[in-house]
Ligand binder design. Structure first.
Ligand code: ASP
Ligand code: MG
Length: 411
């Protein structure tokens, strides 16, 4: 007997028919003697619809009332799933975020979970009740409804698994697991059996959309094994877990890409202390996240500074940077939204040399110009012209032989 948290995403609960199918899956696991907590998202498209409604009602809807509106999608699905489970003869009860309660800070639209009080759920589970919990939502210390940011149900599930000390957290989605790259781009993309928390974290933040980044941070922090699998097939999924010796042998586990960034260059910036601080402070204050930053070596006390922001922040960032550039007497500011970030990720990079140079060679072999580079212990990212995204992904996937089973260091 185990305690299992199962999370079903929007497509898996996209219709009452599908909810009934999920109920069968859940009933089976519960019938085998396990304690089961089910976390569900809103029906697919529903959260988008709710977000659009808030924008119709207000120019700047983010805040307390935004969360009141967009959290409602999940309340519908928990009720429907609990009903479907009861139809199958199971004992089931639905819980909203504040009924659990899942306590968060007060950052409406992107709240962080601070504490989950488990007494009520534990009592229900001990009584043989299946707890159906609304994903994506919580309650702040003042009793306001909060939401955890788009894709937040993953985080609800992993956080619940951590708090309840569950044996496993299963994330059911519309893909069969985590792939070496986007199968839509690369025909021989392969499903990974296992991936480490660190690798998954890099992949999620670099553009792989299977799991919300914050859910992986949670899983790593509390060492929760997470199984990502399809809710439509019985196929074996991908286990996200602690790194083991086997994983370190694999130099590159995946290739990801992100077309959602734009590049801004500030040209001929006077090279003196405090300039970078001056440039980036207004961006931080405006809540604009800067990703890659490259500063060139200085020539006659001037340097060029290039960085990336998300496409949705591009226009705002350009305006702010132009203002500062004038103050600090930089020569010019140029922006380019037609870029993509292509990255390779692998735990084995820690212990293998030459990975970066191979990546650069492979790209140059196709005549692809690298505009920016950034690295961490286990990833290398290159900014390229957006029109080369798919080509870059394919040649890198090939060069690192990711389509083959069991890539090892000998290759
Ligand atoms: N329903 C929310 C969203 O669409 C949360 C989730 O699905 O994880 O972002
Ligand atoms: Mg999702």
């Amino acid at each position: 007997m185990a305690l299992i948290v199962q999370k079903f995403g929007g497509t898996s609960v996209g219709s009452v028919e599908r909810i009934k199918n999920i109920a069968k899956r859940v009933a089976k696991v519960s019938g085998a003697g396990n304690k089961v907590v089910v976390v569900v998202s809103a029906m697919s498209g529903e959260t988008n619809r709710l977000v659009a409604l808030t924008h119709e009602a207000s120019e700047f809807p983010i805040g307390r009332e935004y969360d009141v509106v967009v959290s409602t999608g999940e309340q519908v699905t928990i009720g429907l799933l609990a009903l479907a489970l009861k139809e199958l003869g199971c004992r089931a009860k639905s819980f909203t975020g504040h009924q659990v309660p899942i306590i968060t800070d007060s950052q409406f639209g992107g709240a962080r979970i601070e504490e989950i009080k488990c007494e009520r759920l534990t009592a229900e589970l001990n009584n043989g009740v299946i707890a159906v919990v609304a994903g994506f939502q919580g309650v702040d210390p003042e009793g306001n409804i909060t939401t955890l940011g788009r894709g937040g149900s993953d985080t609800t599930a992993v956080a619940l698994a951590a708090a309840l000390k569950a044996d496993l957290c299963e994330i059911y989605t519309d893909v069969e697991g985590v792939y070496t790259t986007d199968p839509g781009i690369c025909q021989d993309a392969r499903k990974l059996k296992k991936v480490s928390y660190d690798e998954m974290l890099e992949m999620a933040s670099l553009g792989a959309k299977v799991l919300q980044t914050r859910s992986v941070e949670f899983a790593r922090k509390y060492n929760v094994p997470v199984m990502v699998k399809s809710s439509f097939t019985e196929a074996q999924g991908t286990l996200v877990c602690k790194e083991d010796a086997e994983m370190e042998k694999v130099v590159v586990s995946g290739v990801t890409y992100n077309k959602d960034e734009a590049k801004i260059s500030v040209l001929r910036v006077p090279d003196r202390p405090g300039i970078a601080a001056k440039l980036f402070k207004p961006l931080t204050e405006a809540g604009i996240n800067v990703d890659m930053i490259v500063q060139n070596i200085s020539h006659d006390s001037h340097t060029d500074l290039t960085f990336t922001v998300t496409k949705s922040d591009f226009k705002r960032a350009m305006k702010l940077v132009k203002e500062v550039a004038a103050q600090i007497e930089a020569k010019d500011v140029v922006g380019d939204p037609n870029i993509a970030k292509v990255s390779i990720v692998g735990a084995g990079m820690r212990s293998h040399a030459g990975v970066a140079s191979k990546m650069f060679e492979v790209l140059s072999g196709e005549g692809i110009n690298i505009q920016m580079i950034s690295t961490s212990e286990i990833k290398i990212s290159c900014v390229v012209d957006v029109k080369y995204t798919e080509l870059s992904v394919r040649v890198l996937h090939d060069a690192f032989e990711l389509g083959k089973e069991d890539v090892t260091e000998e290759k």
